[in-house]
Design a protein around this ligand. Structure first.
Ligand code: ADP
Length: 436
């Protein structure tokens, strides 16, 4: 017999054990119940003396109990007495095992000696095939999990633990380990239910970081405002020149706080709607022209030209006009903020294709100093900046590109960033074309 065949037959034996147990248990209960009804009927009708009926009942119950115990090596039955007899009967004959097999979370059943007697499909993906009959120490790669299983074998106390598997990619699991007494050929089974909690732990960590960053960003201008208020109340009280200077700085700090709060609110609004697809048809050329017109006074101030180039006819995109305007605004703002030394910003629009589907490509390109390559993959993270001081000095909040990424995701589009040091930067967004 090959290893695979042997594994297969071991699994078949494991399932047969569980099936056999279910059948015997159901059979025993049915036998005792129907004997009781029959004896009661005979006693009531006078066919059998009541004392003889009671003695016969105990005799038959004793025989069936002995039969039940004889087939397995098991002793006490604790949870074998099902909370719902109909469910127990309906799930006999291997149905329970088939259902466990379909569970999306890994399930392992271990006997009282620590050997694996059952692994469901999801469990096999985790521990591999061929775990049947092996000791958990050789099957599971986590010492805390093996420890928890051994502890439950020892004291029958249910445990829930969390552990991390570092390789090949770090993953976090939550394990529920509980013992089940006397439900099969062995006297004890340990149920091990695993849940992959990597994603939720990652989101929790991100949220915690986000709150820490946001409060830090707000704390700095707030501390500066409080400091200047004290100064104005104190020694600068009667110094009109100093007062004007400090009030100008305070106005700047207040603007910075307002911008940050607006960006935070904007981000949370977009996140709330991220799973609802926008449904309007939007003329992206009109949006780009509006934004370019709005930025003209500032661009003039920095001596920068903003040019919009688009073919005579371009299909409309499926989207939310206000959100798409925010995408173009944030990208053009950044080009002016960080790339104004290049003196020119090009906003271009063209038809394109993604995965065989028609899309519109919008690119905002500046000719400034560009972005070092190692920073590019992280630019859309919240509060990530190449140079935090330069960003703050230019009114940046560190949230502009995070907002762009979320809006593009909601539109089922893609954002790509290309840059070469000294040669400017190009931010491109692909957006699906609206149906005709
Ligand atoms: P910020 O509010 O700081 O501008 P963003 O999320 O919009 O935040 O951008 C993140 C960082 O990416 C910026 O701080 C800046 O370092 C860099 N960056 C964005 N756009 C450009 C650009 N066009 N040229 C150079 N660097 C840029």
């Amino acid at each position: 017999m090959t290893a695979t065949e042997e594994d297969g037959s071991r699994f078949a034996r494991g399932r047969a054990h569980l099936r056999d147990f279910a059948a015997r248990w159901t059979g025993t209960r049915t036998f005792v119940a129907s004997s009781a009804i029959l004896l009661l009927f005979l006693a009531v009708t006078g066919a059998l003396h009541p004392i003889a009926a009671i003695l016969s009942f105990f005799f038959l119950a004793g025989i069936s109990g002995a039969r039940f115990m004889a087939v397995g090596e098991t002793a006490p039955i604790r949870i074998g007495r099902s909370r719902n007899d109909e469910s127990a009967a309906a799930l006999s004959g291997g149905a329970a095992v088939a259902l466990l097999d379909r569970l999306p979370d890994p399930v392992l059943v271990v006997n009282g000696s620590g050997r694996v007697v059952y692994v469901n499909g999801a469990g096999e993906m985790l521990v591999g095939k061929g775990a049947f009959g092996r000791h958990v120490v050789t099957v599971l790669r986590s010492a805390p999990l093996v420890e928890a299983i051994n502890a439950v074998i020892g004291d029958d106390e249910t445990r829930t633990i969390e552990y991390t598997v570092p390789v090949p990619v770090q993953r976090n699991y939550s394990a529920f380990v509980s013992s089940v007494q006397g439900v099969g050929p062995a006297s004890k089974y340990i149920l091990v239910l695993l849940r992959d909690v990597t994603e939720s732990r990652r989101i929790e960590a991100m949220r915690a970081d986000f709150v820490a960053f946001a409060s830090h960003e707000l704390k700095t201008p707030l501390a500066s405002l409080s400091g200047f208020i004290d100064t104005l109340r104190g020694h600068a009280k009667d110094d009109p020149e100093a007062r004007d200077k400090f009030l100008a700085i305070m106005a700047d700090q207040a603007t910075r706080m307002r911008r940050l709060i607006e960006d935070l609110l904007s981000l949370s609004r977009i996140e709330l709607r991220e799973h609802v697809r926008p449904s309007d048809a939007v003329d992206l050329v009109g949006v780009a022209n509006d934004i370019a017109d709005g930025l003209e006074p500032l661009a003039d101030q920095y001596d920068v030209t903003i040019a919009v180039a688009a073919p005579a006819s371009l299909p409309e995109v499926l989207g939310d006009r206000d959100e798409l305007a925010q995408v173009v605004q944030n990208l053009a703002d950044n080009a002016l903020r960080y790339g104004r030394a290049g003196k020119r910003i090009d906003i271009s629009l063209s038809p394109d294709e993604k995965g065989g589907k028609p899309v519109v490509r919008l690119t905002v390109r500046d000719h400034g100093p560009g972005i070092p390559k190692e920073h590019i993959p992280r630019l859309t993270e919240r509060f990530y900046r190449v140079d935090a001081a330069a960003s703050r000095a230019r009114g940046g909040t560190g949230l502009g590109l995070a907002i762009v990424k979320h809006i593009v995701n909601r539109h089922e589009g893609t954002l790509s960033i290309e840059s070469e040091l000294g040669n400017g930067a190009a931010f491109s967004v692909l957006l699906p074309v609206a149906p005709q």
